[in-house]
Design a binder for this molecule. Sequence first.
Ligand code: NAP
Length: 302
Amino acid sequence: MITTPFGATSTAAEVLSGVDLTGRRAVVTGGSSGIGAATVRALAGAGAEVTMAVRDVAAGARVAATVAGRRPAVAPLELADPASVAAFVAAWSGPLDILVNNAGIMATPLTRTARGWELQFATNHLGHFALAVGLRAALAAASGGARIVSVSSVGHVNAGVDFADINLLRRPYDPWVAYGQSKTANILFAVEAARRWAADGITANALNPGRITGTNLSRHIGEISNAPASFEPGSTDVSWKDVEQGAATSVLLAGSPLVAGVTGRYFEDCAEAAPHRPGVRRGVAAYALDPEAASRLWELSA
Ligand SMILES: NC(=O)c1ccc[n+]([C@@H]2O[C@H](COP(=O)([O-])OP(=O)(O)OC[C@H]3O[C@@H](n4cnc5c(N)ncnc54)[C@H](OP(=O)(O)O)[C@@H]3O)[C@@H](O)[C@H]2O)c1
């Protein structure tokens, strides 16, 4: 099990303190709010040349304007629209050292994309899959080895990938099952990317940021009927982190020399996670690290 001197209360700035990312080029999806914005600030603060891939360019520009140090670029990316992902990829030129697949939606009411895909799977997994595959040559061209960071969630323990019913057509829609499936897919993606792209010097890891205050992720909670009590305002039944703590594990995997060469793993609180145990809101489910499921998901996603 991989550990670091950092833990649950460490901030992103602390994790990258003394780390020089000058000359490294990074893409962070969903950098316009929450954990993504904190990730952008920390990577840029360490000297990286960051591109924020966002669906709301004006919101992204407002965040970019607040970043100290090197000003991030802002580029449009709508993950649920394959044409938008393709356009982002086509516009990218040169090597890419760091890809942080951070954007996400949670517990949306039942929504399907124009192609009929369930929206959380399409956004959280398929969009990021297409983005990474599209950027593979750029990642392979990075000198010193590129890193992919897949922001998952402890919510993955609610559901594995149901290969017989990815789009929840044969069962009643449950927003938490759909979110859990998409977040399991984020981990399986890292497992398979680690295997397939190792020869290109690319590493890929997944993480749970923890439960974070001050983000917009809970925006759909009021629209669904089965939100857990932990989402009620003032709830004290989970350990909350602020966004700077929430971005710590992302930037550890994106830029810290402490995890150089580490690949195909799942982290939380700046360390490799233990196996999930029932009743505990942490750890990693065995199905999320299953290499056969990872390979199968890759083929299906492609
Ligand atoms: N907050 C937590 O407690 C928590 C816990 C576990 C895991 N996570 C994970 O952490 C990640 C970041 O979440 P957060 O809490 O920072 O939430 P957030 O503030 O809502 O940020 C999510 C970001 O994703 C972007 N996004 C959503 N749909 C998109 C799409 N179709 N195309 C492009 N960008 C899109 C959002 O853009 P807009 O601003 O335009 O909507 C926003 O910038 C997510 O992957 C989430 O699953 C969060």
